[in-house]
Design a protein around this ligand. Structure first.
Ligand SMILES: NC(=O)c1ccc[n+]([C@@H]2O[C@H](COP(=O)([O-])OP(=O)(O)OC[C@H]3O[C@@H](n4cnc5c(N)ncnc54)[C@H](OP(=O)(O)O)[C@@H]3O)[C@@H](O)[C@H]2O)c1
Length: 327
């Protein structure tokens, strides 16, 4: 049995490499990957701007879906043949990948591996940042920026399902309409200058308890201005810039909390704990079809550069995935 995996030989070239699949260590499983999710961090890794942690696989790819082939020592829940989606510590752009058993979710029959590959990173990111760091509670109002994104399209549905009033942003009226269909009560256009005014006119200024910011830069002061007293703002991305000039008085006048995180640096045990919470609180809604993974396009593994270019251009809605079955 061979493993085929993607190696970026330069930032603009990729090759398929063949080797033997790794053996799963204690608590790990080996997965025959059918589909792998693409994340913005993968583009940065390819360009050399986001090196993987020292203990991670140098092979790109942070999430997969497929079939368990072998289980390592001390695995208690999964067995060969189980269909799963999983967060990987790198290594997802491949025909075979290792994941920790406690970083896997068993796929219901109704969810394809194409859809499953769109879930782990988004579920974990939203759960940890919106529900744990942001402490979003039932009945509160949350603004999830980028409802058209891989993260946002799941986040809007998760927050709605958990009983929040959901607001969002998208880059056009048409994309905003699609985000509304996912459960958002109001969606502003982030490409227009008057972002804060759009929320103010809709009656939400000063009433937003939790904000998930995926863009940073000049968006941060807008977030501070829109937040309710005791609001929590969680920043996870910097597409609008790593530096923000903010009025600190807004922070103390409203007793705001500003925090952030990156999933890649979250400890293994913390990820496992989040997966447990997701199994309990979110997965039943996936099984019931209340939360739907949205896949824009599945590219063949060998067309990874084309898929990355699609993400760079930002014309997708939801997730882009790779079909990892190679002849
Ligand atoms: N910290 C973490 O742990 C973590 C984990 C996962 C992702 N992230 C970050 O979260 C962000 C979304 O990731 P993704 O994989 O879901 O990306 P994605 O699918 O490519 O989506 C990008 C989103 O950003 C919106 N957007 C683009 N330019 C923008 C701008 N100038 N201002 C505001 N919004 C803008 C897009 O809206 P339109 O296309 O509608 O214009 C789209 O909704 C990325 O920054 C990523 O690095 C962080």
């Amino acid at each position: 049995m061979d493993r085929r995996y993607i190696e970026f030989t330069t930032p603009e070239s990729a090759q398929l490499v063949t080797d033997n699949p790794p053996d799963p260590a204690r608590g790990e499983v080996l997965i025959a990957v059918r589909h792998a999710g693409i994340n913005r961090a993968d583009l940065l890794q390819r360009l050399g701007l986001y090196p993987p942690p020292d203990d991670a696989s140098p092979i790109p790819g942070l999430e997969v879906a497929g079939e368990v082939i072998t289980v390592g020592e001390d695995c208690t829940h999964l067995k060969a043949g189980d269909r799963v989606c999983a967060l990987t510590h790198g290594g997802g752009y491949a025909t075979h990948a290792i994941a920790r058993e406690d970083h896997c979710l068993v796929l219901p029959d109704a969810i394809t591996t194409e859809q499953g590959a769109a879930l782990p990173e988004a579920l974990l990111t939203v759960w940890y940042n919106v529900f744990e760091r942001g402490r979003l509670a039932t009945g509160e109002t949350v603004l999830i920026h980028g409802g058209s994104s891989g993260i946002g399209s799941i986040g809007v549905q998760m927050a709605k399902t958990m009983g929040a009033t959901v607001l969002s942003t998208a880059g056009s009226g048409e994309r905003a309409n699609t985000v509304s269909e996912l459960g958002a009560s109001f969606v502003a256009n982030h490409r227009e200058d008057n972002l804060a005014e759009q929320f103010t006119e809709a009656g939400y200024a000063g009433k937003i308890d939790v904000i998930l910011d995926i863009a940073g830069g000049d968006l941060m002061q807008v977030n501070l201005d829109l937040a309710a007293s005791d609001g929590r703002i969680v920043c996870i991305g910097v597409m609008r810039g790593m530096l923000s000039e903010i009025n600190l008085a807004t922070l103390f006048m409203k007793r705001l909390t500003l925090t952030g995180s990156t999933l890649r640096r979250l400890e293994t045990a913390e990820r496992a704990r989040c997966f447990s919470a997701i199994r309990e609180h979110i997965w039943p809604h996936i099984i019931a079809g209340n939360i739907r993974p949205i896949v824009d396009t599945a590219y063949p593994l060998t067309a990874v550069l084309e898929a990355h270019e699609h993400m760079r251009l930002g014309t997708h809605f939801g997730k882009l995935v790779l079909d990892c079955q190679v002849e």
